[in-house]
Ligand binder design. Structure first.
Ligand code: C2R
Length: 189
């Protein structure tokens, strides 16, 4: 699947981020990465491919990615999560690994099999679950922003909004703490 396919003035927009998942069962865990790319209007494509089940397809995809105009590949997999490492072995593009949660210590198997790459072939691995997949998307955006001034500006605006959101949370906390302490003080002991 490809998103942001058309730009009405300049014709079709080629995807610059390729997202691979070891299985369609990974989708819910990958969605935060996809959502943030969509939010920032970054063209991407997403496919199911497995280093174990479809090794030839993974090798072809990774080898052709750069010529197809891709800048970054996100690879999500769970358990014996070799997908990201195999992709990285076949391309010089930056590869970001998204370890999928599993029943084994919450996904420690996925994390370790992605993050413990031998020297020379890096996979930038994010955390398991929670903000991990979202951070994979944001890391891809930061890399792309190095050569895209518009995207860099959107990233700065996003960071500024975070500052404002945290400031609002802090004000709420100050009010809540003061109110609760006053309520407790008024209670008969
Ligand atoms: P199924 O649900 O299809 O049985 O997959 C997938 O990412 C998924 O989390 C179970 C789990 O197997 C993972 N898988 C890998 C790879 N291919 C599939 N780790 C790979 O190539 O690394």
């Amino acid at each position: 699947m490809q998103m942001n396919k058309k730009n009405s003035e300049r014709g079709p927009v080629r995807p610059v981020v390729g997202i691979l998942m070891g299985s369609d069962s990974d989708w819910q865990h990958v969605k935060p990465a996809v959502s943030v790319l969509h939010e920032f209007n970054v063209p991407f494509e997403i496919h199911v491919m497995s280093a174990h089940r479809t090794p030839g397809q993974v090798a072809d995809y990774a080898r052709q990615a750069e010529d197809r105009g891709m800048k970054i590949i996100l690879a999500a997999a769970g358990g014996a999560a070799h997908l990201a490492g195999v992709v990285a072995a076949h391309t010089c593009l930056p590869v970001i690994g998204i370890p999928i949660p599993t029943g084994l210590a919450g996904g420690l198997d996925s994390l370790l099999s992605m993050v413990q790459m031998p020297g020379d072939i890096p996979v930038a691995t994010v955390g398991v679950g929670g903000g991990g997949a979202r951070n994979a998307g944001l890391l891809a955006i930061s890399i792309l922003a190095l050569s895209d001034a518009g995207l860099a500006q959107r990233l700065k605006t996003f960071r500024q909004q975070l500052v404002e959101k945290v400031a609002a949370r802090d004000s709420n906390l100050q009010r809540k703490v003061a109110e609760e302490l006053e309520t407790d003080k008024a209670k008969p002991s």
